[in-house]
Structures are given as C-alpha cells and as structure tokens.
Design a protein around this ligand. Structure first.
Ligand code: AGP
Length: 590
C-alpha cells in the first residue's frame, strides 16, 4: 500500500514529475498525498488529505532537480494532513516517504523523544527521518546514515529519503516494492513502474535488504546488512505507456474489462515446454498447494475444479493468509503455486517463506514482471495481461485462470487441446464484449441498483466465480453481495430471501446444470428475482444474460458479465469504481 516516487537528475521540474508520476500509482493508496522539493530555500513540503489526481502538478517544484512524493493508505494514525508524508527531520534537511510498517516504531519514538526529538504526526513513519538525522549527528554521511537507520527498523517497508545539503536521494527496501527507472536525464525511484513509464522503460530492481543511493548522475546499490556494494543489470520492460492509460474509457476498470478481448490470448501464449515442465512438477510433487488472496484465491479455487475435471488430479487450495499452519503438510518434494496479479501481496510472500523454510519449490503465476513474488519464486509464469490499474482485479483473474486451465490440460497430456479451447474462448469473449451487451447489463444494473442485498449462486467452478462476483460487487458498488454454492442455500442462507431480492445464478452447460437450476427454482419459490448468466435461457430466469458456451473455460466467460455488472452498479450508484473506499491495489501489509 502507499505509493512512493522520487526523481533526481538534470530536469528542473522534479516536483511536477513526481506528482504526475504518482497519479499513475494512485491505485496504491489515495487517502492523502504529499511532495517534498529541494528548492533554493531548503526543502519545501506540501501535503494534504484527498486524492493526488486532484492536485495541479505545475504548482510544485519548477526550479528543482530533486523531489519525492507519496500517496498514503493509512495504517498508523488517521487521515490528516499532519500524518501525510513526506515527514521531515528535526533540522528539516531530510524528507522521507515510507511504505509498509515500522513494527518497533513505538520503542524508537520513545527513545527519540527522550533525546528531545519532537513528533508532529501519529505515524510509525516519522521515526525514520529522526533516526537518519541521529546517525548523521554521529558523523555518518547521508547514505550511510540511511543504511544504519534501517538496521534499527523491524518490519517490511520501502523508504525513500532525500537530503537537502548534498542533493542525494536514497532508497531502502525490505519487503515492500521499490524499483529504479534509469533515464537519460536522471534516476527515477518508485513503488511501481507506471510512475516513470513515460520517462524510461529501463529498470534496475532493488532486492529486499538493499539500499540505492543516487546524486542524479550515478547510482550505487548496497546490502543493508553489510554495506557491501551490489552490481545490478539493466532490464528493458515490455509494458507501454498506452497500456498503462485508460484511453477513451471513463474508468480503468471498464478499460481492463474490455482488455479481456485480447488478454486471454496473451496469457495462453506460453512457452509450451515450460508449461509441460510445470505439469510434470505437479505430477511428481508430493502435494501441490495453490494459494492467493482475494480474487487470486478465487482463481486458485477455480483451478481446483480444473485439475479435478480436466486432469483428475488433486491439488490443495488455501487462502494465502491461512497458509501458516499448513507447514505440517509441506516437505521438500511439495510444490507451492502462488497466484498474484501484483506480485507484491504480503500474505503470499509469507506463504512462500513458509514453503521455502520446508525446502518446497515455489512456482509463481503473476502479472507484474520483476515483482517481489516473481523474484522470490523458483520459477515464474507471467500472465501478460498488461498493467492492471483499477483496484478491482478483472483481466488479472481471467489471465490467471487461463494459465491454470492450460496447466490442467498439460497435466492430461493435452496441452494443444487446452490452448485451442482457450484461444477460442478469447474469440468468444471478443464477440461478447460489444456495446449492446454492455447496455443490456446496464439495464439489469439499473433494475437492481437500489437493493442493498444481492446473492450469487454457482456450483462446481461457478462456485468460486459466485464468490468472486460478490467481491467485485462489494468492493466497487458497496452493495452487500454474497456468493454461495447453490447446494448450501437450504442449509441457512435461503432465510435471507424476500420478495424481490435479486439473486444471480451462474449456469453452464455441464453435469451440474440441472442442480443449479433447481437451486435457482428454490430461490424463485421464496420470491427472489432470478437473473441467469447462462448459455441457454431457462424458464426460471426473470432476466437472462447470454454467455457463450465455452466447455471447461466456462467460468472464465461467466465472470465477465459479473465484472460489468459490478462496474455498472458502482457507476449508477455514484461511486468511483477505480478507487473504492478503504482499499488499495497492492496489499503489502499482512
Ligand atoms: C480484487 O478485486 C481485489 N482488489 C483483491 O482481492 C486482490 O485480488 C487481492 O488483494 C490479491 O492481489 P494480488 O492478485 O495482487 O496478489
């Protein structure tokens, strides 16, 4: 959570560079913002609550070559201007932006206060500039002082600090992302690539436990623990500026839903030998575990059905945050498959650490190349969805499910059959996503938008899609939505149904069609308004949204109208679907 972006180099508009760049990272946190610019008179700081997208960047740093900025997702201390970053040292020569949590901040704060340091915020972050200043007072130069201060911090964090007298920009990373963009005109240091994509596509990755120090002309990486210099190679990234922008669409969420016309084909375009090797690793593993969080966890749940139905192979699925006690089942011959769009989710990283401590191998299925998860895994498959900026994951999910379904086919020794099915599914989705289809969903949204409760049912692989539909609707429209396995209704939830309660049934053409139609009939008998998402119309439906028939890829198809419905409900209820309240795109804290 939180976005960090700093620049130093030849440009003299550093303030507007970092503010404009951070607007591309606003998905990381958007309750407050702040910027620090190195001006002639010293460090000038501006910060406030609210969204950085509303800030006019031209007002800041027009005569400065060094600046850093921050968007906040509050953890310690409320959403106030004082708690917004950057925070300054006592002598106002050091400004710091921070992402993550300094777990021992209370002890450090107490120690610093006893030494006369005054705190202006309630954040854990404010100890950072004071600790750096203390190290400098002990005689260490700025970059070394940052490194030494980091040795005092416990927890997972990324820090970016600037020093007014020397013009140095120093970053440190332990668990939260920080990446260097190498430009012709200087160095860009940010939480994520879209911040500097319009300036450079050449990056250097800072690994966990490393610092980076730059004066704008040269750059040095060091090990935090030893201070030893580390060599880095430059990597050219494939994302384009256009992919990271919303173009003609009113929201990123809608753009990313529409991107699914092509993103399935990109996900499927994998190295065939690599997929077969992964299938072989699953076949020979003593226990395969699939973990992810939120939407990615629902992709794992769908994959459990893919492996069962397509390749008759058992896998274990678990939410990454619940994986801790699974360590009893892990051995060096076990395989952990982690699924994550951002590649930065803290609970997933922790699950990886648990597996590694048992000697198990880890395969990552991620979207963001070079992310923490992909770098920590033994092997990575990229889903190639392109940047996903909306907080609600859409094309990330269908890319994850496509890769997992492909692996399930490879496990059945039928990789080409799976690839053909998925490419055909991509074409079906392309046809489905036309303006008339969106209008039809919009009309259904307008029929149900005033209801505060909404239920979605599914069976087999449509059960995780019912759960996922509920997440999408909850997070962007704030409607109370819940997903159930169809058969579970009469064990409790059916008591919630009243006359007119909207209930959505996800239906395919498969061995559970009759069962889920029966479940929908039970809802209808209690007065529910039944909306069917299905390849065929069934008499029980009050409203029907047709989906193409896609065999084992059906859940990939069925979730798309639900994504559009969630989007439409949000917009029609006057909410911003790209920036839902209380949420952030990358969940880098546990
Ligand atoms: C999805 O719409 C959510 N915002 C959220 O559940 C997300 O899927 C989850 O936080 C996992 O993120 P990741 O895929 O980046 O690991």
């Amino acid at each position: 959570m939180c976005g960090i972006f700093g620049y130093t180099g030849k440009r003299d508009d550093a303030g507007s560079v970092v503010i404009d760049g951070l607007k591309n990272l606003e998905y990381r946190g958007y309750d407050s913002w702040g910027v620090a610019c190195r001006e002639e008179k010293g460090i000038l700081v501006a910060k406030d609550i609210g969204k950085i997208s509303a800030v006019e960047s031209r007002e800041f740093g027009h005569t400065c070559c060094l600046a850093l900025a921050h968007t906040r997702w509050a953890t310690h201390g409320g959403v106030t201007p004082a708690n917004a970053h950057p925070h300054l040292s006592r002598d106002r020569t050091i400004a710091v932006a921070h992402n993550g949590i300094i777990e021992n901040h209370e002890a450090l704060r107490k120690e610093l206060m006893q030494k006369g340091y005054v705190f202006l915020s309630q954040t854990d972050s404010e100890v950072i500039p004071h600790c750096i200043e203390e190290e400098m007072c002990a005689g260490y130069p700025f970059a070394e002082a940052v490194r030494r201060a980091c040795l005092r911090f416990h927890g997972r964090y990324a820090i970016l600090a600037m020093h007014e007298p020397t013009g140095m920009l120093v970053g440190a990373r332990t668990g939260s992302p920080l990446i260097v963009g190498v430009g012709d005109d200087g160095y860009y240091v940010a939480s994520d690539i879209p911040a500097f994509l319009e300036h450079t596509r050449t990056v250097q990755y800072i690994d966990d436990g490393e610092t980076v120090e730059t004066d704008g002309a040269s750059i040095v990486f060091r090990d935090i623990a030893t201070g030893q210099e580390r060599q880095k190679r430059e990597v050219r990234i494939t994302w384009t500026v256009e992919q990271a922008q919303k173009g003609e669409f009113p929201h990123f969420m809608l753009k990313e839903i529409m991107d699914q016309k092509e993103s399935i084909a990109r996900a499927v375009n994998q190295d065939e030998d690599a997929i077969r090797r992964v299938a072989e690793a699953i076949r020979s593993a003593k226990g395969t575990f699939l973990v992810g969080c939120g939407t990615a966890h629902k992709a794992c749940m769908a994959a459990e059905y893919f492996f069962s139905v397509v390749s008759e192979h058992h896998v274990n699925v678990c939410s990454a945050g619940e994986f801790k006690l699974y360590h009893h089942f892990l051995a060096p011959e076990s395989l952990l498959i982690v699924v994550s769009q951002s590649g930065e989710t803290a609970d997933v990283l922790e699950a990886m650490n648990i597996a590694k401590s048992k000697g198990s191998k880890v395969l990552a299925i991620v979207n963001v190349e070079g992310s923490s998860i992909s770098r920590a895994a033994d092997y990575t498959l990229l889903i190639n969805a392109g940047p996903e900026r909306a907080v609600a994951s859409t094309k990330g999910l269908t890319g994850q499910m496509s890769v997992l379904l492909l692996i399930a086919y490879a496990l059945k020794h039928a990789l080409h059959e799976g690839k053909t099915l998925l490419l055909e599914t991509g074409a079906l989705i392309n046809d489905m996503l036309n303006p008339r289809y969106v209008d039809r969903i919009s009309a259904i949204a307008s029929r149900i938008k005033s209801h505060e409760d909404l239920y979605i049912i599914g069976k087999s692989w449509h059960y995780p899609m019912a759960l996922e539909s509920a997440i999408k609707i909850q997070e962007v429209s704030y409607v109370h939505a819940e997903g159930f396995a169809g058969g579970e209704l009469k064990h409790g939830p059916i008591a919630l149904i009243e006359q007119g309660t909207p209930c959505i049934a996800l239906v395919g053409n498969d061995e559970v069609t009759a069962d889920i139609i029966n479940n929908a009939t039970e809802l209808k008998a209690r007065g529910a308004l039944v909306i069917g998402i299905a390849p065929e119309r069934h008499a029980i439906f009050d409203e029907w949204l047709k989906t193409p028939d896609a065999a084992a890829a059906q859940p990939i198809v069925s979730i798309i109208p639900m994504q559009i419905l969630a989007y439409e409900l949000a917009v029609q209820r006057g909410k911003d679907p790209d920036m839902p309240r209380n949420l952030a795109k990358s969940v880098t804290v546990k």
